[in-house]
Design a protein. Structure first.
Length: 275
């Protein structure tokens, strides 16, 4: 199914999403021919007030709320301008909610879209909620403004024969069909691969979608998987990395595994994840 309805979540607090991410999200929607909705929240911050007088607490909260409101409106205005210039169908969504309510709010909106775009952040609470709670693929965009604009020239796919990797490839098919080159990479000597099926079988499957792929194998040589994939995508000048989102259960919730977390804290390129 093609991506026709995309959501981008813009952070207004404490650090607003860079405008470069807004522009990249618009470029994604334009590339895919999709409608793009941007959501930004006026965040109402909850501060502990056990040892602070009530007037002081109220003043601090009001100031932070005003800062968040201003950032949200500015981001949505920048989004509207960029989307209008690109000629894409778009919608701006402004919400008001408590800090703790934002992840659930994003999940609710994400479940009603084909794809959700999030800016990379060292605080991955929002990303974990959307990746594991939406049931839809998530695209993480770097926040560095020096990176080249979004495109789908070369797409790298991390393949380890797992369910998550298979889900990611299925979800990414609309993008893989647009790419000029698709490279499937399997990392050896990093973990046991629970199958005797070869990457050539995956290549056959993708060829039936009109996708020609290059199969690569990389030796981990004792390096963490995240480091291996960063090095590989850099050497191939990849525009996008597709991979399964791995996590483990903790107190009946999912949290990102170490490899996924390390890639998402400061991703060198856009990463499409599915769980």
């Amino acid at each position: 199914m093609p991506f026709k309805d995309i959501l981008v979540a813009l952070n207004s607090y404490p650090d607003p999403t860079p405008v470069s991410v807004v522009e990249d999200a618009v470029a994604v929607a334009a590339t895919l021919g999709a409608h793009l909705a941007a959501i930004a929240c006026e965040t109402h911050v909850q501060l502990p007030g056990h040892f602070i007088s009530a007037p002081m607490v109220d003043g601090m909260i009001a100031g932070e709320v005003a800062k968040s409101r201003k950032s949200a409106h500015e981001l949505l205005a920048a989004f509207d301008a960029a989307a209008t210039k690109a000629g894409i169908l778009h919608e701006a969504i402004f919400e008001k909610c408590l800090t703790l309510e934002i992840p659930d709010l994003l999940v609710e909106y994400a479940r009603l879209r084909d794809l959700t775009i999030l800016p990379a952040s060292s605080d991955q609470w929002y990303a974990e909620s959307v990746i594991f709670g939406s049931g839809k693929p998530t695209l993480i965009l770097p926040v560095s403004p020096s990176r080249r604009p979004f495109q789908v020239g070369t797409v790298a796919v991390a393949w380890d024969f797992s369910r998550a990797a298979a889900r990611a490839i299925s979800d990414a098919l609309p993008i893989l069909e647009l790419a000029k080159q698709v490279r499937i990479v399997t990392v050896d000597n990093e973990k046991a691969l629970g199958t005797k099926r070869s990457g050539e079988e995956l290549a056959k499957n993708l060829s039936r979608h009109g996708i020609d792929v290059v199969l690569d194998k990389v030796d981990a040589k004792g390096r963490p998987i995240g480091e291996v994939l960063v090095s590989y995508t850099s050497s191939q000048n990849a525009d996008l990395l597709v991979m399964g989102a791995y996590g483990h259960s903790k107190w009946r919730e999912f949290v990102l595994g170490g490899a996924t977390r390390s890639l998402l804290s400061k991703p060198p390129l856009p990463i499409l994840l599915s769980h």
